[in-house]
Design a protein around this ligand. Structure first.
Ligand SMILES: Nc1ncnc2c1ncn2[C@@H]1O[C@H](COP(=O)(O)OP(=O)(O)O)[C@@H](O)[C@H]1O
Ligand SMILES: [Mg+2]
Length: 227
């Protein structure tokens, strides 16, 4: 078992306040190593909140997030940073590459906290991944000179640079045209099949969702089978 969420509750604001809102309520989920999972759900249903809890960017009010047997909600801040940097890759709807840095510099950013010998290794891995997604020739270009699809593939490389176990993708194809949706779906599938990467993908794309092994929908704070 890679991940186990147990009776998660998460609200925003102060309980008792009229603006208080419970977003996730008694939510449980188990994800096996190497699984591919799509999460559907309307805007505002709590999909991003859920990914943030799993990736250690936010804390649940109740319940546990257990990653390979360890409850990450109990980690102190530094331990949490180490967990996130080493185990989790994030891809968002917009690539969030730094516009003043080249593609290669951008994908190496998550490796800057490491020591020297690790960084040399990271350069080799960056080359391997950039070649694999077909943008190695663009490595010295700024993101502004590249297409949205190319930038999004660079964002996947950046997410993969520290060899995470789990990729959390939040509407990763939301800003792409059809051809690039296909390419992104193919790339994610390949990383799952060949590298054993576990995928948790929030998406509105039926094409992307159907390539995942399992699809759940977030409704009324819980994950349920889609209708
Ligand atoms: N930091 C926050 N503070 C207050 N409310 C938030 C915060 N983050 C999310 N919410 C609220 O939680 C609900 C779920 O948001 P979100 O997880 O972003 O939904 P989704 O990703 O499914 O669109 C929304 O009503 C949103 O306004
Ligand atoms: Mg969202």
């Amino acid at each position: 078992m890679l991940l186990q969420l147990d009776h998660i509750r998460k609200g925003f604001g102060n309980p008792g306040d009229p603006a208080y809102r419970v977003v996730l309520e008694d939510l449980s989920l188990e994800v096996e190593e190497g699984e591919r999972m799509a999460i559907l759900g309307p805007s505002g249903s709590g999909k991003t909140t859920l990914l943030n809890l799993i990736g250690g960017l936010d804390h649940p009010d109740e319940g546990s997030v257990v990653f390979r047997g360890e409850d990450i909600t109990r980690y102190p801040v530094r331990e949490m940073d180490r967990f996130r940097n080493g185990q989790i890759g994030f891809v968002f709807q917009f690539h969030h590459l730094l516009p003043q840095c080249t593609l290669l510099e951008n994908v190496l950013i998550p490796t800057l906290v490491r020591d020297r010998s690790d960084r040399d290794q990271a350069l080799g891995r960056a080359e391997m991944l950039l070649r694999r997604v077909g943008i190695w020739d663009h490595r010295d270009k700024l993101p502004g000179k590249l297409s949205g699809g190319e930038c999004q593939r660079a964002a996947v490389v950046r997410a993969m640079i520290n060899a995470p176990s789990l990729l959390l993708a939040d509407e990763p194809t939301g800003a792409l045209d059809r051809e690039n949706v296909e390419k992104m779906a193919g790339l994610l599938l390949e990383l799952n099949r060949e590298d054993g990467l576990t995928l948790l993908v929030v998406t509105h794309s039926a094409g992307l969702a159907e390539k995942m092994g399992r699809t759940l929908e977030l409704r009324n704070g819980k994950l349920v089978r889609p209708k």
